[in-house]
Write a protein that binds this ligand. Structure first.
Ligand code: XMP
Length: 333
């Protein structure tokens, strides 16, 4: 709309004034905030921006390709895709403790990103070298890091926010979304021409499928989970609620599959199967601090369950998580 349109112009002018003819690095995750920040900065300074997209091998089905298609393909932004799946999966082998897994993923992520950022800082091939690090920090993040939550005595789950990175890299910080709330960031994304499926996407945790595969993360578990999860999301997008006309994807705040590394017995044709279980999780929440499990229609659950069991060989049972937060958390790890 008009208001957002003029906001885009102002924001673009501000970025140009701050950056001048220098170069900027941004870590692209595929999430809403970094995507909108990338689109905005790219609008302002084009090829002076280089995005780094680290694929840790724990992303959702086709996610890496979709990010590349959007930013490198459609927007023509410079995006460096780092395929670090083997590194991450190798380092996770044999590790089953959730906090340990988070620390490994978070630590490696920072190392890989720093390595790429250092190369970009050094420049070369017609590039003078970057002097800014851009981050998709939004207003609630600013409040959170100076506010009550960081003083909490108990860490329930360590989140891997990349604090202190600009100083460590010797880069100046560029945070064009610092003053915006989430809904404003979304509007801005739409005004910049990002597709609404991207802008209204459910949040996805930094450690990705690493915290949705219970216990040890194995590549074959990740494959099964990716396929089951994609079916769940596809059907949530397909099914509409009659009363509101909205899809169940839009009626839920977060929804995903969880891989349970236990086997249960089933029958398939004439044979007995002994395969893994996928749990479905869908919640409704306004702040993610508390959440209710979503009362999805049985017809939707039925369709998802039969599709997963028929299409994903290796999964023979699907369950639905009916736990609210608290006392359960949204993620299972
Ligand atoms: P929980 O499971 O604590 O999740 O109820 C609340 C919200 O936070 C997300 N989450 C994470 N996000 N890194 C992230 O970036 C993490 O380690 C992490 N753990 C949980 C979760 O997906 C939900 O939206």
């Amino acid at each position: 709309d008009w208001v957002m349109g003029s906001y885009v112009d102002e924001a673009v002018a501000r970025i140009r004034a701050q950056v001048g003819d220098e170069e900027v690095i941004l870590g692209l995750s595929g999430g809403v905030d970094s995507s909108v920040a990338a689109a905005l900065i790219h609008r302002a300074i084009g090829d002076q921006l280089s995005c780094v997209f680290v694929d840790h091998g724990l992303l959702r089905l086709n996610e890496g390709d979709m990010v590349m298609e959007m930013f490198a393909g459609k927007l023509h932004a410079r995006v460096i895709r780092v395929d670090a799946s083997e590194l991450f999966l190798g380092r996770l082998a044999g590790v089953s403790d959730p906090e340990q897994k988070r620390k490994i993923i978070g630590g490696l992520f920072v190392d890989v990103f720093k390595g790429e950022a250092a190369k970009l800082k050094a420049g070369g091939e017609g590039h003078r070298g970057a002097s800014f690090l851009a981050q998709g920090t939004i207003y609630p993040d600013v409040v959170e890091s100076g506010g009550a939550r960081s003083k909490k005595a108990v860490t329930i789950k360590s989140h891997h926010n990349v604090g202190g990175l600009p100083e460590q890299l010797g880069l100046k910080l560029l945070e064009p979304l610092r003053e915006l709330f989430k809904d404003e960031v979304r509007e801005l994304g739409i005004a910049l021409g990002l597709p609404s499926e991207m802008v209204y996407r459910h949040p996805f945790p930094g450690p990705g499928l690493g915290v949705r595969i219970l216990g040890e993360v194995k590549p074959e578990y990740a494959d099964l989970l990716r396929r089951a999860d994609a079916i769940f999301i596809e059907e949530l997008r397909n099914f509409r609620d009659d009363a509101s006309g909205k899809s169940w994807y839009d009626l839920t705040s977060q929804a995903f599959g969880v891989f349970l590394p236990v086997k249960s017995v089933g029958v398939m044709g004439d044979g007995r199967t002994y395969e893994h279980v996928v749990a479905l999780r869908a919640v409704q929440t306004s702040d993610f601090m508390t959440a209710d499990w979503a009362e999805l229609p049985y017809a939707l659950l039925k369709k998802v369950s039969s599709r997963i069991i028929n299409e994903v060989r290796g999964i023979n049972r699907v369950t639905y998580d009916v736990s609210s937060k608290p006392p359960a958390t949204i993620e299972w790890e």
